[in-house]
Design a protein around this ligand. Structure first.
Ligand SMILES: CC(C)(COP(=O)(O)OP(=O)(O)OC[C@H]1O[C@@H](n2cnc3c(N)ncnc32)[C@H](O)[C@@H]1OP(=O)(O)O)[C@@H](O)C(=O)NCCC(=O)NCCS
Length: 154
């Protein structure tokens, strides 16, 4: 699919995802992470009433998604990914803007963890005003990498 970036952004809809979207979610997930979530974990989150799983759809194609957990006055970004062929075109930003606006309705803060080596994601979060607030040592068991905890006040 080849689309001009402006047309792509205009044509994207942020929609609620369900179990029927799992094959497309899993395709993006497996291309995006060294330790991807399992299909069962996504299924569990899709059934959790505190969790929102939102997707960026262009026509019939799922190009990315964000998973949010709403707690008491705090919202967490549990997962966010964009299809590798469609990165750097503003889709991650659209998903993050959705997350921020949604969290504002329910929470005082938006929190996330990110691998310290994940420069693209850290850059994206900083651009939207997230600040580093701590490190979780050896948080990722696949390579013992630290997690940077980032927070945005809403
Ligand atoms: C992080 C991710 C979701 C960003 O999605 P995206 O659609 O490419 O993001 P955008 O196009 O909206 O980028 C917005 C800004 O983020 C920053 N950014 C994004 N990718 C970057 C990269 N590879 N290097 C440096 N900065 C980057 C830039 O500031 C960019 O603005 P610019 O393109 O005008 O320079 C995407 O890279 C991804 O899916 N990564 C794999 C999954 C992942 O790591 N998720 C985060 C888990 S915590």
């Amino acid at each position: 699919m080849s689309v001009h970036p402006d047309r792509l952004r205009e044509g994207i809809h942020i929609v609620s995802l369900s179990e029927k979207d799992l094959p497309e979610i899993m395709e993006i997930e497996s291309m995006s992470f060294t330790s991807p979530w399992s299909e069962n974990l996504f299924r569990q989150e899709l059934r959790n009433e505190r969790v929102e799983v939102m997707g960026a759809r262009f026509l019939n194609h799922l190009l990315g998604y964000v998973v949010l957990w709403h707690g008491f006055r705090e919202t967490h970004i549990m997962n966010i990914a964009v299809h590798p062929h469609f990165r750097r075109r503003g889709i991650g930003s659209m998903l993050l803007e959705y997350a921020i606006n949604r969290a504002r309705m329910k929470s005082d803060v938006l929190l996330l963890e990110v691998r310290v080596s994940n420069v693209p994601a850290i850059q994206l979060y900083k651009r939207y005003g997230f600040l580093p607030i701590g490190l979780r040592r050896k948080y990722y068991s696949d390579n013992n990498e630290d997690a940077l905890v980032m927070m945005k006040r809403l």
